[in-house]
Design a protein around this ligand. Structure first.
Ligand code: 13P
Ligand code: SF4
Length: 350
């Protein structure tokens, strides 16, 4: 990366001192993540945002839904900045408030809404989290989805899981012992979600038809190929991958889990990793004593995570150092109130 920009980022950070706290998700570029005070998966970053009341400025190097959650969890005098407002998430965009409200009406018409506990993955907009908060549900991340499901099934007999069908299905089937037949997929683009009333009544897990465009591209063939190419390879994937991929893997977990597994792996071991490429490359560089390869050569970066680059970060830091807050993320008070209920429920999961 451009040494002059690196210098400017250091200078602006130094000028801001304790007034600034920089959070960085593991999928961020190397040129950006080097300036993070804390790095983490979505869960750890939510906890860290909540634990830093003293910093008036929080710069979030990640995507929009993460910055919204940070705004909800930080205090009223703290301002959260996303260096590029175009850093969204295609999965989060797959569930809109109106669609979710319509889905709930379908559940009411089927006479099952009272039995359903809604869970939304962190990767959703603040108004979806607020919807879930208003209906007594919880947020989850890839590191606590099982605990969220256990909690939900202690309160109701059915779960509506938004918006990532893969995380919902993988957790229900591979970690909770439910059958694939216990899951149905609600398609927001079809009347009544494309489901008959009987199907809804019989289902235990109602999965939203959403997915991650990055993880959705790994296939069972990717796993078969790498096993043929590298005998003894350990396949390690994120639970946003499709069920047929996750079922074939040796280890499954969040970005934080993936990092821990590779840190602890013995020298000489071989790993094929199914998650975003910035993280896999960084881990391969860090562990030159291990063979670490990307699970599929054709899958690449998360384009929206990559929108946060060094020029955008420098612009954010320098404007804050001048006392100007550019690209602030704010969630309105009413939405924040109910979304906070769902986020607090996640943070309180046993
Ligand atoms: P985690 O870091 O929580 O595993 O999330 C992965 C992800 O896709 C974030 O967008
Ligand atoms: Fe969204 Fe997938 Fe990118 Fe994560 S990796 S921000 S889920 S598109």
């Amino acid at each position: 990366s451009d040494p002059a920009l690196v210098e400017r980022a250091h200078a602006a950070k130094a000028a801001l001192g304790e007034r600034l706290f920089v959070l960085g998700h593991h999928y961020q570029r190397d040129e950006v993540i080097q300036f993070a005070d804390v790095t983490g998966d979505s869960f750890k970053l939510a906890q860290e945002a909540a634990a830093r009341p003293q910093a008036p400025y929080v710069v979030f190097c990640g995507v929009h839904f993460m910055a919204e959650s940070a705004d909800i969890l930080t205090g009223p005098d703290q301002r959260v900045v996303l260096p590029d407002l175009a850093a969204g998430c295609s999965m989060a965009d797959m569930a809109t408030y109106d669609q979710v409200e319509e889905c709930w009406e379908v559940l009411e018409d089927a006479g099952i809404a009272d039995d359903v506990v809604p869970i939304t993955y962190m990767n959703s907009s603040a108004d979806i989290k607020a919807f879930v908060g208003r209906h007594g549900g919880t947020v989850c991340t890839s590191s606590n989805a099982r605990r969220a499901l256990e909690w939900a099934f202690s309160k109701g007999s059915k779960v509506l899981f938004l918006p990532d069908q893969h995380l919902g299905r993988n957790t229900a089937v591979l970690e909770m012992g439910l059958g694939l037949d216990d899951c149905v997929v609600y398609n927001p683009h079809r009347p009544d979600g494309g489901l008959a009333t009987d199907e809804l009544r019989a289902a235990t897990m109602i999965l939203w038809r959403g997915h991650c465009s990055v993880h959705g591209r790994f296939s069972k063939e990717s796993v078969d190929d790498v096993r043929a190419r590298i005998p003894g390879v350990n396949v390690l994937v994120h639970p946003e991958c499709r069920h047929e991929v996750v079922r074939e893997a040796d280890h499954i977990g969040s970005t934080e889990y993936i990092i821990r597994m590779l840190d602890e792996a013995p020298a000489g071991s071989a790993w094929a990793v199914g998650t975003e490429l910035n993280l896999v490359k960084r881990l391969a560089d860090r562990h030159s004593d291990k063979t670490i390869v990307f699970l599929d050569k054709t899958v690449c970066f998360c384009s929206t995570m990559n929108r946060i680059d060094l020029p955008h970060l420098v612009r954010s830091l320098e404007s804050l150092a001048r006392g100007e807050v550019v690209n602030q993320i704010t969630v309105d008070e009413e939405t924040a109130h109910y979304a906070r209920a769902a986020l607090d429920q996640m943070l309180a999961l046993p």
